[in-house]
Design a protein around this ligand. Structure first.
Ligand SMILES: [Zn+2]
Length: 501
C-alpha cells in the first residue's frame, strides 16, 4: 500500500507539519524527519471441472451480480479445497473483510460515510449442510466430517456484499465500485495454524494464498469490469462476463461507468491505465511511467508472470494513496508539492513493484509487513533514482537515524506484526528503514549483487510465501558471505547503527 500520501497531501495543502509520517513521497519524508528531529523526540489457463481435482491450490468459482442502485454484489461462491494437505482438517476459516465496515472501530476520521458488510448463508460442504460461526471479519466453518489428507471438498455458499460509501479500498463512489477483499477469502493455514488475524487500519492486514479463480460478473447496462484477470477492454459488458485466472493470490475488480483506458505494452505484458475525466494530463504521464516501471522491474527482478496489469487512478478511501492487488493496482493521479502538483509517478511504480513483492512472491503481510513494503519501497526508489534522477540517499540516512531513536524509545523493530505499530511510525520502520538498509547494502556489496539477491529471491519464492529468514538466507548465499549481523542491525536493531559505524 501507499497509504500515507493522503495525509501528506493534507499537511502540504495547509502548510502545517503535524500528524503522521511518510515517506513514499519525498516531500512527505522530509517533512516527517524535520518534525521528528526538531522536536528532539525520537497464465491464464482454462479451468475445466476435471482440472479442479488435480491442483494443489484452492479453486474459487464466484458468481457476482452487481446492483448499482442498492450498492450490492450478491451471488454464490464455491471453493474447492486442495487435496494436497499434510493433515486432517475439521474446520475451515474464511476472512469476511468487508465486515470491518459494518461497525467501524477505528476512529471517526476514517469512518465510512455509510457502512458495508458481507453476509454469508446456506453453507454446504460436499452437498451437506455445514454450521458456521462469524466473529467480526472471521468466519469458521465446521466441516460435517473430517477431511483427511488427499481428500478434496467443495464448499458452497450464498453471499451478499453491501459496499460501504467512503470505505478504505472497498469503496463505492460515482458510478464506480471498487471491489477489494470483497468475497469470502479462504484463510491461510500453515505451520503456525490458521491465520485469522483481524482487520486493522495500520498497513495491509491481508494474507492469502495462491488460488485459481473463475468469476462471472453480471452488471447493469453500460458498465465495464476491470479485474485482476486479463480483461476484455473493447466494450462495456453486455449482461455478463466470465473471467479466469490461475495462480493468483487475490482477485480484485472495479465495476465502472466512469473510466476511460490508455492501452500499451511492456514487452509481452499489456499495461492498461484507467482514468476519469479531468485526469487526462496525469493519465498520459502515469501510463508512460507504468509501462517503463513494468519494463524496469521485469528486467531487474525477473519476468512478470501474468499477461496484463491494470492501473486504476482515483482515491479508494481515506488514507489510501495507492493499493496493490495481483494484476491490478490503484493510485491517486497527482499530489501537491511545494513546487506545485505532480503526477504520482512514485505511487504508480510503488504499487507496480508490489507485483513482484507481494503478488508473486508472497509474504504474511500481517506478521512481517516490512518484507513486501521494504522491498517495494527500495524498488520504487531505484526506479526514481535510475529513471527520474532523484537521489534520496540523505533522506534514507536520516530515516535510519530517526528509526534508531524510535527503537530506543519504544523498543519496536522493523520486523513486527502490524498491530505493534502506530500510524505515526509504521511507514518509517516498515517502508523506509528497510529501503535504507538495501541502499546501504548496495554500497557494501555492490548494486549487481543486491539485484542478484532480489532476482534469486524472486525466482526461488515466486508463487509461494517467503519469510524474513528466507530473504536473509538468499542474501547470504548470493553475497557469498554471512550478512546476518548486517540484517540484525538494520532489521532487528541488535546493534545501534551509529555505534557500528
Ligand atoms: Zn506498498
Amino acid at each position: 500500500m501507499n497509504g500515507w500520501m493522503r495525509r501528506a497531501m493534507v499537511e502540504l495543502r495547509f502548510w502545517v507539519c503535524l500528524g503522521f509520517c511518510l515517506i513514499l513521497a519525498l516531500i512527505a519524508l522530509m517533512g516527517q524527519l524535520d518534525r521528528q528531529q526538531a522536536s528532539g523526540a525520537h497464465a491464464r489457463l482454462s479451468m475445466g471441472k476435471a482440472a479442479v481435482q488435480s491442483v494443489s491450490r484452492p479453486v474459487y468459482r464466484i458468481w457476482a451480480d452487481y446492483d448499482d442502485e442498492a450498492r450490492t454484489v450478491s451471488g454464490r461462491m464455491e471453493v474447492t479445497l486442495p487435496a494436497d494437505r499434510p493433515e486432517t482438517w475439521k474446520e475451515v476459516y474464511f476472512h469476511l473483510y468487508p465486515n470491518a465496515f459494518r461497525r467501524w472501530q477505528w476512529g471517526e476520521h476514517t469512518k465510512p460515510k455509510e457502512p458495508g458488510y458481507l453476509d454469508v448463508s446456506d453453507i454446504k460442504v460436499n452437498g451437506r449442510k455445514a454450521t458456521s460461526h462469524i466473529d467480526g471479519t472471521v468466519m469458521r466453518v465446521k466441516l460435517p466430517e473430517p477431511l483427511a489428507p488427499g481428500q478434496s471438498a467443495r464448499i458452497k455458499m450464498t453471499y451478499r456484499l453491501k459496499l460501504p460509501k467512503g470505505g478504505s479500498r472497498l469503496n463505492a463512489f460515482g458510478q464506480t465500485a471498487f471491489l477489494a477483499q470483497w468475497y469470502p477469502m479462504l484463510a491461510v493455514k500453515d505451520e503456525d495454524g490458521w491465520h485469522t488475524e483481524p482487520y486493522t487500519t495500520v498497513g495491509d492486514p491481508f494474507y492469502s494464498q495462491m488460488s485459481d479463480f473463475e468469476v462471472t460478473f453480471r452488471v447493469p447496462e453500460g458498465y465495464r469490469v476491470i479485474t485482476s484477470a486479463d480483461d476484455d477492454l473493447s466494450h462495456p459488458v453486455k449482461g455478463a462476463v466470465t473471467l479466469r485466472q490461475e495462480n493468483m493470490r487475490d482477485f480484485a475488480a472495479v465495476i465502472t461507468k466512469d473510466y476511460e483506458v490508455i492501452q500499451g505494452a511492456a514487452g509481452d505484458v499489456e499495461v492498461n491505465l484507467w482514468y476519469q475525466k479531468g485526469m487526462e494530463r496525469e493519465a498520459k504521464k502515469l501510463h508512460q511511467a507504468a509501462v517503463s516501471g513494468m519494463q524496469f522491474f521485469g528486467n531487474l527482478f525477473g519476468p512478470y508472470p501474468y499477461r496484463e496489469v491494470d492501473v486504476v487512478l482515483g482515491e479508494t478511501g481515506y488514507g489510501i494513496a495507492g493499493m496493490e492487488y495481483p494484476g491490478l493496482v490503484t493510485s491517486i493521479p497527482k499530489y501537491p508539492t511545494r513546487e506545485g502538483e505532480r503526477p504520482a509517478v512514485n505511487v504508480v511504480v510503488h504499487e507496480l513493484a508490489h507485483q513482484w513483492w507481494y503478488a508473486v512472491v508472497g509474504n504474511n503481510q500481517v506478521k512481517e509487513p516490512w518484507l513486501d513494503e521494504g522491498l517495494t519501497t527500495f524498488s520504487e526508489l531505484l526506479y526514481m533514482h535510475d529513471k527520474m534522477g532523484e537521489d534520496q540517499r540523505d533522506l534514507l540516512a536520516r530515516a535510519a537515524e530517526v528509526s534508531d531513536e524510535i527503537h530506543e524509545k519504544q523498543g519496536v523493530t522493523s520486523v513486527e506484526p502490524l498491530y505493534k505499530y502506530s500510524d505515526s511510525i509504521y511507514g518509517l520502520m516498515v517502508y523506509t528503514r528497510p529501503a535504507a538498509m538495501l541502499w546501504e547494502l548496495m554500497d557494501e556489496i555492490g548494486k549487481e549483487k543486491v539485484l542478484e539477491i532480489l532476482q534469486t529471491y524472486y525466482d526461488r519464492y515466486k508463487f509461494q510465501v517467503a519469510t524474513t529468514r528466507d530473504f536473509i538466507r538468499v542474501a547470504n548465499e548470493v553475497a557469498g558471505k554471512d550478512l546476518t549481523s548486517f540484517f540484525d542491525r538494520w532489521l532487528f536493531f541488535k546493534e545501534n547503527i551509529k555505534k557500528a559505524g
